[in-house]
Design a protein around this ligand. Structure first.
Ligand SMILES: Cc1cc2nc3c(=O)[nH]c(=O)nc-3n(C[C@H](O)[C@H](O)[C@H](O)COP(=O)(O)OP(=O)(O)OC[C@H]3O[C@@H](n4cnc5c(N)ncnc54)[C@H](O)[C@@H]3O)c2cc1C
Length: 414
């Protein structure tokens, strides 16, 4: 990584801490909580004014629930009204194939919990606020790295009033997601792989008697559609071959609504609620990894280090596991006030293989499943190897395990 220098601004105040975490997503909030509970001074900077914004996954995986259980928080979290996914399945021409059955996994939490992410993050932040060493600043838009002699010493952010503020820290952690400012400021260039699709993202009303407890991918005839349960709404993901949005838009909303009603007949009674393209957002799906997650005084984790495609819905889980491993490695050095680059590198060493494996898995699913499904001229079938694997008792739960726990699960070390 080649660091960039910052220009001088009038700084209203400077705050000193041990760890400055940029970004209040799953990676940043979990890291700040884990450090604060060990008495490490930590400042969490979030650009928005709350945790409530659109297009965040709402999935909480078994490995995250186990980690929260370790902290004594899982039972309380589960008291918040939520949904539970017991399985993930494909539906094509009326034939339903279960590809991941979480209920068979050996864990206290054999399901994916579905909870609006804003509530999840607020729950964690509320817990973190109990520790005096925790500080959360909303509306803090990080724009500069503070650097000295090739080492990052903190950040500068602009607050809502337009003023500049500085946070100085032994370590700055960039957990600011797929469009990470920290990553671009430190000159880290992600190596991108380009999944063959983009996703149209919109809402439909949810009725009380709609299917529940599983996520179904409706595939075939050139379509790949999935619906995520958000309480009184469905979050609809409608995959498109990359670069074909202009074509879809030219075909018109009537065509989109007709496709949807054909593919998922039980939503035909409400597709008319999508009246305007303004209700539809195009999300560019990408996947990438920076070769080096660290430089002196600075570490990147979560999507800032490796952008995850939405396949399998594992990005949040991976971001949280990065945070757990970061806390495992850095808590003691941060307490002593000295963190070497070798210690920052250890976080990458512990997490990188897991990221590579899951991104390879996502790439395979995108190429062999999503791409085939989006091909209008070929009837959809799961690849032969997947059909065989799902019939062999000792192997059939591999996809469920990979989605539920990730590869090389990180556990909180006390
Ligand atoms: C369409 C789509 C659907 C997805 N669905 C799922 C799903 O169902 N389940 C799943 O597990 N994953 C899903 N993912 C992936 C998942 O969203 C990410 O992998 C995950 O959010 C990464 O967490 P993070 O904490 O690293 O970053 P983020 O969740 O992106 O959080 C980064 C935070 O940093 C803040 N920030 C950004 N810039 C700055 C700045 N300059 N200063 C201060 N703060 C800043 C942002 O406001 C944000 O709060 C999906 C992705 C897409 C594109």
């Amino acid at each position: 990584m080649n660091p960039t220098t910052h220009s001088a601004e009038d700084v209203t105040d400077t705050h000193q801490t041990a760890c400055c975490v940029v970004g209040g997503g799953p990676a940043g909030v979990v890291l700040a909580l884990l450090l604060a509970r060990k008495g490490v001074p930590v400042t969490l900077l979030e650009a928005h004014h709350d945790f409530d914004r659109d297009f965040r996954g709402d999935t909480i995986h078994p490995s995250t629930l186990e980690a929260l259980d370790h902290l004594g928080l899982a039972d309380r979290l589960l008291q918040i009204p939520h949904g539970k996914l017991a399985a993930m399945q494909f539906s094509s021409n009326g034939v339903v194939t279960t590809v991941a059955r979480f209920s068979r996994l050996k864990t206290k939490f054999p399901y994916i919990m579905i909870l609006p992410q804003a509530q999840f993050l607020e729950f964690l932040a509320e817990e973190a606020r109990k520790y005096p060493s925790f500080r959360l600043v909303f509306g803090a838009n990080v724009q500069r790295l503070v650097q000295d002699g090739g080492e990052t010493k903190g950040v500068r952010y602009r607050a809502a009033d337009g003023g500049w503020h500085e946070v100085r820290a032994a370590v700055t952690v960039g957990a600011d997601g797929r469009f990470s400012k920290t990553r671009s400021l430190c000159g880290a260039a992600p190596v991108k792989s380009s999944p063959p699709m983009d996703v149209l993202w919109f809402r439909l009303p949810r009725r009380p008697d709609d299917p529940r407890d599983q996520i179904t991918f409706f595939v075939g005839g050139g379509l790949f559609v999935f619906l995520l349960d958000r309480g009184d709404e469905w979050q609809v993901g409608y995959a498109l071959m990359k670069g074909t949005f202009a074509e879809a838009k030219a075909a018109g909303l009537d065509a989109l609504r007709a496709d949807l009603a054909r593919q998922v007949p039980w939503v035909a009674d409400r597709v008319e609620t999508v009246r305007d393209w303004k209700q539809v957002v195009v999300l560019s799906v990408e996947s990438s990894r920076v070769p080096k997650w660290h430089q002196p005084g600075l570490l990147l984790i979560g999507d800032a280090a490796h952008v995850m495609s939405p396949v399998g819905g594992v990005g949040i889980n991976y971001a949280i596991q990065d945070a757990i491993e970061t806390a495992n490695v850095l808590t003691e050095p941060l307490k002593s006030g000295r963190v070497s680059e070798a210690q920052l590198a250890e976080v990458q060493t512990r997490r990188e293989a897991a990221v590579k494996v899951i991104q390879r898995f996502q790439g395979l699913v995108q190429d062999r499943v999503v791409k085939t499904a989006l091909n209008k001229d070929r009837p959809f079938r799961l690849p032969l190897v997947a059909r065989i694997l799902l019939k062999i008792p000792v192997l059939r739960d591999l996809p469920a395990r990979l989605i539920a726990f990730g590869f090389r699960r990180a556990c909180i070390r006390d």
